[in-house]
Structure formats: C-alpha cells, structure tokens
Design a protein around this ligand. Sequence first.
Ligand SMILES: [Ca+2]
Ligand SMILES: [Ca+2]
Length: 230
Amino acid sequence: MNRRDFLAQCGAGLTASAHAFDVAAQSRTAPAFQLVDVTAAAGLQFRHNSGAYGGKLLPETLGSGCAFLDYDADGWEDILLINGMDWPGHKRQRSTLKLYRNNRNGTFVDVTREAGLDVEMYGMGVAVGDVNNDGFPDIFVTCVGQSRLFRNTGKGGFIDATHRSGLGGRQAFSTSAMWLDFDRDGFLDLFVCNYVRWSAEHDVFFDLQSNLGGGRWGVGPRQNRRSRGL
Ligand SMILES: [Ca+2]
Ligand SMILES: [Ca+2]
C-alpha cells in the first residue's frame, strides 16, 4: 500500500466513524420511547411524609421505598408505597403506607384501610416475598424503630405478624431487606440491612443558614442545639 492509498483508507474510516458518531448522537437525543407522567390520572395521590419539622434529623434524608406486587393474585401488579411519619412531640398529621390495587384499566384504587395496612410507622424500605408459600406475597417493611412483617391473608388483606414470627423487640435504623432461601429448604429467609446506630438525641446537627453571621458551621450533637434554644 502506498501513501496515497493509506491516506484514502484513513479518510474513509474517519468518514464512517463520523457517521456512526452522528447516528449515536441522534439516538441519544431522540429516544425511541417517551415516558408520560400519569400519576394523577392513574389515581395515585400519595405524598411522602418525612416528619421534617426543622430538626433536620438524619432519617428525613432517606427513604422511602416502594414495590410492585400482585397482592390479590389476580395477575395484575398492584403498588405499595412506604411512608414516614411525624416525630414524637411534633405531631401534625397521620400518615401511613399506601396500597393501591390495580383496576386493570390503567388506574388504581386506594385499598390501604380495607387491606389492614392503615398503620403508622417510620418506614424506609420494603421486601416482598411469599414467606409461607401460599401463593400470596407477604410484606416486610424496614423502619426506624421496629420493622414490621405483614402476612397476606389471601383474602384481600394483611395481618401484622411481626411478633408471632419472632421479629419483634428489635429497635434499629433498618433501611433495606431481602428475602432469600439461603439454606435451600424451600422457605424464604430474611436478610435485613441496618444503617447506623442512631437516636434523635444523638443526631448530629448541621446548620449553615443560622451560622452565616457568626462565621461558624453549626455542627454538633443535638443536645448542643437544644442548649441554644433552637
Ligand atoms: Ca393485583
Ligand atoms: Ca404468603
């Protein structure tokens, strides 16, 4: 190959690369699908409550999770949304997780109360699994405080099985969990992830706005914040 042929091939290669780049760029700017916000049209009116009142507690910056599950085994995915709640001493509203049943026509209906899930807790995440192999998915909600296991009755509702299942009496900052059959005996086992050892009293306080004039960062244990009358 002489120099002229070599340069000609390089030029052809560059042209092909540029064309491929143009196609790739166009594919990035023009996706083959569109996502449309149908939340309200679908009947979902959920609003998450972190409990924030100005105390800036760590759990307010996390959560909450959600899950698609066919809780009534009708072949249509339903929606479970985990919620937080107001902190003790700062009660302003009642907030619970929400279960929306699929109406099979693109809309959902709130069945939280009739499903027995109208329960307040500071929820973080959720793991769905059929713990008793009855064909109906059960729910484990990780919480700040006591996490909760809800067993599916198979009749359109759930019952709180936290204590009878041996999962009671465990206070933690649990963020996520998963069901797995780690010993392959045919029954799901539970793996729970705890975040940090936390309490409202020992939460580290950080405030920039109120300290701009003083030239200091407002960092310190929550007790110090209380001593400042905030
Ligand atoms: Ca369903
Ligand atoms: Ca079950």
